[in-house]
Design a protein around this ligand. Structure first.
Ligand SMILES: Cc1ncc(C[n+]2csc(CCOP(=O)(O)OP(=O)(O)O)c2C)c(N)n1
Length: 355
């Protein structure tokens, strides 16, 4: 198979961009072939993405009110990535990601109550209140965390793919990481092994343009072509408009088919953007308000979906408002559960530790 499947898409799909050459963040227009959704799929995608958005907004509020301690990294702006991938995936395919993980858990159909209760450190949370925002798992839902060490999940995700190949069960490991993590050595060790052994793994590179306060153009060589980073190992890659859930699902389907056909790993560079700071303690002074405003106004994944739904007459504003109401109710219920659940028993300090 050719090392690189697609050329980077044109970056000219954004109207208002910074005049600085090669420094303004924007999603690629992606390889928009066969990306149309049915009416049901549009609604499904809209609801899934809105659940993540509303959940994250609530988590941000609870953090501000002091209910959540430690780190908390929100996924707002990036919802289309994990939503589109999960729409393409089969049951049994695994997900593993970094600390920016709440959206992935919800997309894996984990219970919002259990996720929120983990954020507030309650015994009713997914890690019984001992993991917090960055460390949650659900074997049942094939979600393997939640990892605070940048890039560490890439080798673990490659290991999941090794197990899939060993068991020959047709499952694919969807291994997510940021463009900051991409420059780590273990990522390339993983690429080598995955290509050598033709492991069924999709490396989902969530290029949200910033690693903490460092823009990708300052940190990565050839930052316009990150999809190409596996080419020396013969790993195909493509750049995808990560703000368009349809483009993500289409690319995800291509990559999954490649893996299931026994062709080995695949890289999807999702051009996306995070609206909030790196974590709740980041005032994001390294970028302008206009830059964020432009992304919100012209590229928002949920708004794009909403406009398509209304324009095509799939649902009207009143119906969409009802969806929002339902989703807000689910999230409020999760927040209530997370604020009222019991704290972990102090005896738990001595369980689940490696000696
Ligand atoms: C090995 C390691 N080095 C540094 C850090 C500190 N750190 C936490 S997040 C982060 C930036 C990672 O950015 P990226 O991979 O692009 O992911 P994003 O936060 O944008 O989702 C850094 C340097 C860490 N947690 N682990």
């Amino acid at each position: 198979m050719a090392a690189t499947k697609r050329k980077p898409a044109s970056r000219g799909n954004s109207k208002k961009q910074s005049s600085k050459k090669d420094s303004s963040p924007r999603p690629a227009s992606g390889s928009n072939t066969a990306i149309e959704f049915t009416s049901e799929e549009e609604i499904d995608a809209y609801k899934r993405m809105l659940l993540i958005r509303r959940f994250e907004e609530k988590a941000g509020q609870l953090y501000g009110m002091g209910f959540i301690g430690g780190f908390c990294h929100l996924y707002i702006g990036q919802e289309a990535v994990v939503t589109g991938m999960q729409m393409a995936a089969n049951e049994g395919d695994q997900v593993i990601t970094s600390y920016r993980d709440h959206g992935h858990m919800l997309a894996c159909d984990m219970d919002p109550k259990g996720v929120m209760a983990e954020l507030t450190g309650r015994a009713t949370g997914y890690s019984r209140g001992k993991g917090g925002s960055m460390h949650m798992f659900s074997r049942e839902k094939n979600f393997y965390g939640g990892h605070g060490i940048v890039g560490a999940q890439v080798s673990l995700g490659t290991g999941l793919a090794f197990a899939n190949k060993y068991r020959d069960d047709g499952s694919v490991s969807m291994t997510y990481f940021g463009e900051g993590a991409l420059n780590q050595g273990q990522v390339y060790e993983s690429f080598n092994m995955a290509a050598l052994w033709k492991l069924p793994v999709i490396y989902v590179l969530e290029n949200n343009q910033y690693a903490m306060g460092t823009s990708v153009t300052r940190a990565a060589a050839k930052s316009e072509e990150l999809y190409n980073r596996g080419s020396v190992y013969g790993i195909p890659g493509e750049q995808v408009d990560g703000m368009d859930v349809r483009a993500v699902r289409a690319a995800g389907a291509r990559a999954l088919a490649h893996c299931r056909d026994g062709e080995g790993p695949y890289i999807l560079e999702m051009r996306t953007y995070r609206y909030r700071g790196h974590s709740m303690s980041d005032p994001a002074k390294y970028r302008s308000r206009d830059e964020v405003k432009d992304m919100r106004e012209h590229h928002d994944p949920i708004e794009q979906c909403r406009v398509r739904i209304v324009d095509a007459g799939v649902a009207d504003e009143a119906v969409l408002k009802d969806f929002d109401k339902e989703i807000r109710a689910t999230v409020n219920e999760a927040a209530e559960f997370a604020q009222t659940g019991p704290e972990p028993d102090p005896a738990e300090l001595w369980t689940d530790i490696l000696v």
